[in-house]
Design a protein around this ligand. Structure first.
Ligand code: SAH
Ligand code: SF4
Length: 325
């Protein structure tokens, strides 16, 4: 594209970006305020179509498997909420290097990081679909809970967020964008200094180092005490609420003892615990409803702010976190 636009005035880029990200054009011909010759050149050299297969689950959740230019595949999920919000769960990497015991993506290993536009493209794909439906608000929320660890691809994730946030592009507010991390201390500290109103979620899943390391080996280098210090630093810098995701795994992390231990860590201002169901990936069993209720009750009576919904006020039957292409 750079070569084609080399002799063009500088505003051409802005014009094209607006057409693609805000007006959601799907062919170069639709950008009528571009000179015809340039449109033809671009059509020959730059593909605007997104190669994807779309699946729909029974609760109206859409999953798209997108094939990237090098043939790698990633999954992206669209969650349609009853109140009209549309959340896209985006991937940040092809696979993931961190290999958490409960996670399907982890078993793939890391293939590669996603490019900035490969992250943006996932949102664009669903924006296009939604724009063709009547009475829709388009994509309103983004969660980085698809494949990969966002902080292992920090720079590209941040640059993608800039495009999603840009008023002349997707115009999705920072407060509507959430990053979920397995708890990488350096990433949390870095994010604290960005001066952005993003939402941060920490995948906690265990109330002590021994259990957490057995489920998530990154805990070895990012142990709980230092992890929570980093979270406190983030809260001090941003005054933002932080959500701790706690997946309920039968007889592994869901006993009364675990609940009390967790309460001891989480009874803090601006800490919010979100209990999520474990999506079976073969290794463990999901906790039953009664255990989850008990667990929630113990947290609540010990002064912990606790919800049982997925994401920041979104209720889904965990579509994210178990993606394998
Ligand atoms: N790597 C990041 C973001 C992607 S995973 C992270 O780990 O936070 C998104 C969420 O799905 C995380 O909270 C993760 O712990 C969770 N998850 C992984 N496997 C899951 C499973 N089998 N069932 C339910 N949630 C799962
Ligand atoms: Fe990677 Fe997150 Fe899955 Fe762990 S839970 S393997 S960090 S994607």
């Amino acid at each position: 594209m750079n070569e084609i636009l080399v002799n063009e005035p500088g505003f051409r880029y802005k014009q094209i970006e607006k057409a693609i990200y805000a007006d959601l054009v799907e062919s170069w011909d639709e950008i009528t305020n571009l000179p015809k010759k340039i449109r033809e050149e671009l059509a020959k050299n730059c593909e605007l179509a997104i190669k994807a297969e779309l699946y729909t689950t029974k609760n109206k959740t859409n999953k798209a498997v997108i094939t990237l230019n090098d043939g790698a595949k990633i999954e992206t999920v669209l969650l349609r909420h009853k109140d009209g919000r549309n959340t896209v769960c985006v991937s940040s990497q092809v696979g993931c290097a961190l290999g958490c015991e409960f996670c399907a993506t982890g078993t793939m290993g890391l293939k590669r990081n996603l490019e900035i536009l490969e992250i943006v493209e996932q949102v664009l794909y669903f924006s296009r679909i939604l724009s063709k439906e009547s009475e829709n608000k388009g994509v309103t929320n983004i969660v980085f809970m698809g494949m990969g660890e966002p902080f292992m691809n920090y720079d590209n994730v941040m640059k993608a967020i800039k495009i999603l946030n840009d008023k002349d592009k997707f115009n999705i507010g920072a407060r509507k964008i959430s990053i979920s991390t397995s708890g990488l201390i350096d990433g949390i500290k870095k994010l604290a200094k960005e001066d952005l109103q993003l939402n941060l979620a920490i995948s906690l899943h265990a109330p002590n180092d021994k259990l957490r390391t057995s489920l998530m080996r990154i805990n070895k280098k990012n142990p709980l005490e230092r992890l929570l210090e980093a979270v406190d630093y983030y809260i001090e810098k941003t005054s933002r609420k932080v959500m701790f995701e706690y997946m309920m795994i039968k007889d592994v992390n869901d006993t009364d003892l675990h609940a009390r231990e967790l309460a001891g860590l989480m009874n803090k201002h601006l800490y919010l615990v979100n209990l999520i169901p474990y999506n079976p990936t073969g290794k463990f069993k999901a906790s039953d409803k009664k255990s989850i209720e008990r667990f929630k009750h113990i947290l609540g009576t010990n002064g912990v702010e606790v919800t049982e919904r997925y994401g920041f006020g979104q209720d889904i039957s965990a579509a994210c976190g178990q993606l394998v292409a």
